[in-house]
Design a protein. Structure first.
Ligand SMILES: Cc1cc2nc3c(=O)[nH]c(=O)nc-3n(C[C@H](O)[C@H](O)[C@H](O)COP(=O)(O)OP(=O)(O)OC[C@H]3O[C@@H](n4cnc5c(N)ncnc54)[C@H](O)[C@@H]3O)c2cc1C
Length: 459
């Protein structure tokens, strides 16, 4: 029974099913309480009574109007909907997605979370997200499998070590647990790494951040969707936004600066709303263009790969900027690899042989002993890159059109804080302090938030 309980509490599939089927009662949309907790008892009772598994979120008819329309059913859109309902009581909200919830980067990422960024603005922002992740399983009544296993960014050059020291100092000033360690300590933390001085890029040290780790990305998407649904928010999958409806703007069809949003046109008809939020990450500019708002974003593919499962031997997340690779091991034993974005702009999500070859070569320089492991699969997602590697959040020159985009390769970890802050912006009609530095106008005023040194490969 102990093993059975463990399975229930750690398997996301089991969790999702059990959640949906909880014997504690059916979902009560709009009730304000948390959705029922998944429990072994719930699973047992459902099974004994041969009851069907209820949906984790409802399928309801699309209305003609809402108070808020959120485009994009990834972690950002769903978290915004969840916090609008939970923190501000705004529940007449629809999340629209052209595919299925989590079909974008939110279901394709490598699930790394951390807060050891380079700028004080970035550190404060991502740290708030990490603290929301810390309590998420309790807040959403769903096990999101947060594994606080530490995050290590390797330094192979004196220049890299200098940046790590800089980051560590910025981090410490904001009470973030982050410090530079030497090659011997690296070896102790991850014995499988080749720390000898004879490699092409010897490991000189690392920035070590114990609070970093991984979280089950699907569970986060399902948890926010379930929590938002429980409070009355509607999720509409297979609902593609074709156009943003505006009036009074300086551009064609009333779009552009000075105008205001009146709704959206979709494959299922027009829907009116005074507030429309763009949470579409890799597709961010396609949506903003529809409102006449220009964003300094280019979309690039980012690829990742996973091996067959083996006995757990890598206890921490390891990142090497110089070798353009990072790796962590799942609880099931698979090694999950990622890299930096492909250098060309495209909306294609195809994997490439070049990526696999380069990845394998670089990984073997770090861990020569895994040469016989086999790759199980590879995949790609889209990343919306800004010039300073920081997001674009909040209000735009079109009244009622808000953006939560520019998430590049680092947006999964920012999901909770982004949702919380965007919800506050919508509810209070004012930009919260935490996201003030990330407003669109910084590209006109030159107040960039340069995070490339901490975000290019680190994720
Ligand atoms: C391989 C890979 C690894 C990554 N690893 C990490 C990591 O370890 N840590 C980390 O923090 N970040 C990581 N990221 C980045 C992270 O995944 C993204 O930044 C994040 O998921 C963005 O979430 P989102 O909710 O903003 O957008 P998404 O999850 O991409 O959702 C956008 C949604 O918008 C929908 N959409 C688009 N156009 C329309 C339309 N016209 N109408 C309706 N819906 C539309 C899409 O269908 C999609 O579901 C990684 C990304 C990739 C690709």
């Amino acid at each position: 029974m102990t093993a059975f309980k463990h399975l229930l509490s750690t398997s996301p599939l089991a969790s999702a099913r059990e959640s949906a089927s909880s014997a504690l009662g059916s979902l009560k949309p709009g009730s304000g309480s948390k959705p029922p907790r998944y429990s072994a008892a719930g699973l047992f009772v459902k099974g004994a009574k041969s009851q069907d598994w209820p949906r984790v979120w409802r399928e309801v008819d699309l209305q003609k109007s809402y108070d808020v329309i959120i485009i994009g059913g990834g972690v950002h859109g769903l978290a915004t909907a969840y916090y609008l309902a939970t923190n501000h009581g705004i529940t007449n909200v629809a999340v629209l997605d052209k595919a299925y919830l989590g079909s974008g980067g939110s279901g394709r990422n490598t699930a790394i979370v951390r807060s050891n960024y380079l700028t004080p603005e970035g550190v404060a922002f991502y740290d708030r997200s990490l603290s929301l992740y810390n309590t998420m399983s309790t807040d959403l009544n769903l096990n999101v499998m947060f594994s606080e296993r530490g995050h290590m960014t390797l330094a192979h050059t004196d220049g890299a070590l200098r940046t790590m020291r800089w980051r560590a100092e910025v981090n410490k000033l904001q009470d973030i647990n982050s410090s530079v360690i030497d090659a011997d300590e690296v070896k102790k933390l991850a014995p499988s790494l080749d720390t000898s001085p004879n490699t092409r890029y010897p490991i000189l040290g690392a920035l070590y951040h114990p609070p970093g780790g991984t979280i089950r990305h699907d569970a986060v998407v399902w948890g926010y969707a379930r929590g938002a649904d429980h409070r009355g928010v509607e999720m509409h999958q297979k609902t593609e936004v074709y156009d943003i409806l505006c009036e009074g703007g300086s551009g064609p069809d009333g779009k552009g600066p000075g105008g205001k949003v009146t709704g959206v046109r979709t494959n299922r008809g027009d829907i009116s709303a005074p507030i429309v939020v763009n949470c579409t990450a890799g597709w961010a500019t396609t949506i903003s263009d529809m409102a006449g708002v220009k964003l300094p974003i280019t979309t690039h593919p980012l690829q990742a790969a996973v091996t067959e499962p083996v006995k757990v031997f890598l206890p921490t997340v390891v990142v090497s900027g110089s070798l353009h690779v990072y790796v962590s091991q799942t609880d099931r034993g698979e090694l999950v690899f990622g890299a930096s974005v492909d250098p060309y702009a495209t909306y294609s999500m195809k994997g490439s042989l070049e990526f696999t070859e380069e990845l394998a070569g670089h990984v073997l320089e770090l861990m020569p002993n895994i040469g016989r492991m086999r790759l199980l699969r590879q995949w790609a997602g889209l990343c919306d890159m800004t010039p300073d590697y920081s997001p674009i959040m909040g209000f735009t020159p079109v009244d009622g059109f808000l953006c939560d985009v520019g998430w590049g390769t680092y947006g999964f970890k920012a999901g909770p804080v982004s949702g919380e802050q965007m919800a506050e912006a919508i509810a209070t009609k004012a930009t919260p302090k935490l996201i003030e530095p990330f407003k669109l106008s910084r590209f006109a005023t030159g107040q960039l938030v340069g995070e490339k040194g901490a975000a290019a490969v680190g994720h």
